[in-house]
Write a protein that binds this ligand. Structure first.
Ligand SMILES: Cc1cc2nc3c(=O)[nH]c(=O)nc-3n(C[C@H](O)[C@H](O)[C@H](O)COP(=O)(O)O)c2cc1C
Length: 400
């Protein structure tokens, strides 16, 4: 399977694209020398204790990542992941991939899933509503990743899933969810993880999480909002529910929601007891969040222990564009990141946003030129650093 993916991708994309990724040697060794190899591989279902042991052994082998790039359709693609990794992200999810289209369509597969040797630990996320199709899709990517993740909580964009029964819709069909997880857990070498939203009732969320653990999920990310709580900026995620889930389960649990700077990370880990955090929206504006940088929005007026970090979003955008030159992605994705990273800058000089929007075909030259123009116009929007945040990022780097 791996070689067929490599072959397909290599056919379609330019040499520079880092898609000839091979399964890492130590990964292969781990599989053959793993204490679980006789029970973890396609041979079948692990009992409770062995499953928990495997969950923690795998998590520990990955260095117990704490700072994680959340899955984001059209936004957590390879160059963005690599940028976040440079700024202290310990691990990253791919954007959600549609399992059926992934198995059927070469172009979709080669365009939507790209990776490289340095792009690890990597969680590849799928949406699915058929266990066999999900397994087929997962098998194609398992040599290149550290978890196969199932999206059980987020609504899928229309573009990706025209009809329902994916993502959050699965919360109405728990037997199907169980079947999806069990199918992967009993047939893959790579562990299965799940990402959920919470139910309005705490007991339903706990029962759901326990069902997933029993079905063979070895890592659970909990987005602390219900599926009807759509506006993440206005509605706070419920960390108390995440804490209760963490206490009810024995596998590693990740917290998602309300992570805007490193103090949030610290507070979230303390309050929930979670093993790591995911960030999405804020990371899009500030991919250096995990290295302790924060936008002016999160600096209190007159705050003393804060300094200019000598880095800004335009610098980050230039780094991102260079990564895109190295690891090509569709222009629509690049355009979206330009708007997210330079949104505040365009509010000062809207004519540059209009000029960007007027371009039906983008070029790197045009985009670098936008940054140059902003510099010439003297826009100054530094990212800030707090001494404590720098220490937090350092402390969070690696395992505990
Ligand atoms: C642009 C965008 C795309 C997203 N795509 C996905 C996705 O593909 N899969 C998924 O499980 N969640 C997706 N999400 C949800 C995030 O992973 C995350 O759960 C949510 O935004 C809450 O985290 P935050 O408060 O840090 O933004 C997306 C969020 C955003 C902003």
């Amino acid at each position: 399977m791996a070689s067929s993916l490599t072959h397909i991708l290599a056919q379609d994309l330019d040499d520079q694209l880092c898609v000839t990724a091979q399964p890492e040697e130590d990964e292969q060794q781990e599989q053959s020398s793993s204490p679980f190899s006789d029970t973890a591989s396609p041979s079948g279902y692990l009992n409770g204790e062995a499953r928990v042991n495997r969950a923690w052994a795998h998590w520990t082998k990955l260095g117990r990542p704490k700072l994680i790039v959340a899955p984001m359709v059209d936004n957590s693609e390879l160059p963005f992941r690599m940028l976040c990794r440079k700024y202290c992200a310990d691990a990253a999810y791919t954007p959600m991939l549609h399992s059926r289209i992934f198995t059927e369509n070469d172009k979709y597969r080669s365009q939507e899933f790209t990776t490289c040797k340095e792009d690890r630990p990597l969680f590849v996320q799928f949406c699915a509503n058929d266990p066999n199709t999900l397994l087929e899709a997962a098998r194609r990517v398992e040599p290149f990743c550290d978890y196969i993740d199932i999206n059980l909580g987020e609504r899928c964009p229309q573009r990706i899933a025209k009809r329902g029964n994916y993502g959050a819709f699965l919360m109405d069909n728990l037997p199907l969810v169980k079947a999806l997880v069990e199918k992967l857990a009993t047939n893959l070498n790579v562990p299965v993880s799940c990402k959920i939203r919470i139910f309005p009732k705490l007991e339903d969320t706990i029962a759901y999480a326990k069902m997933l653990e029993e079905a063979g999920c070895l890592l659970l990310a909990v987005h602390g909002r219900t599926r009807d709580e759509k506006d993440g900026k206005k509605i706070r995620a419920d960390w108390k529910v995440i804490k209760t889930v963490k206490n009810a389960l024995r596998i590693p649990v990740l917290a998602n929601g309300n992570i805007r700077h490193m103090e949030d990370v610290q507070q979230c880990l303390e309050e929930t007891g979670a093993d790591g955090v995911l960030s999405a929206e804020t990371l899009l504006e500030n991919p250096a969040l995990f290295a302790g940088f924060r936008t002016a929005e999160w600096v209190a007026h007159g705050e003393k222990s804060i300094e200019d970090g000598n880095l800004d979003q335009a610098d980050l955008l230039v780094e991102y564009l260079k990564l895109c030159e190295r690891y090509p992605v569709p222009w629509g994705i690049i355009r979206s990141h330009v708007h997210k990273m330079l949104g505040d800058w365009f509010r000062i000089h809207p004519h540059l946003r209009e000029s960007l929007n007027a371009q039906s075909r983008l070029t790197f030259e045009f985009l670098y030129n936008i940054v140059d123009q902003l510099r010439e116009l003297g826009v100054k929007k530094p990212l800030y650093l707090k001494k404590a945040d720098k220490n937090l990022a350092g402390a969070a780097d690696g395992s505990d």
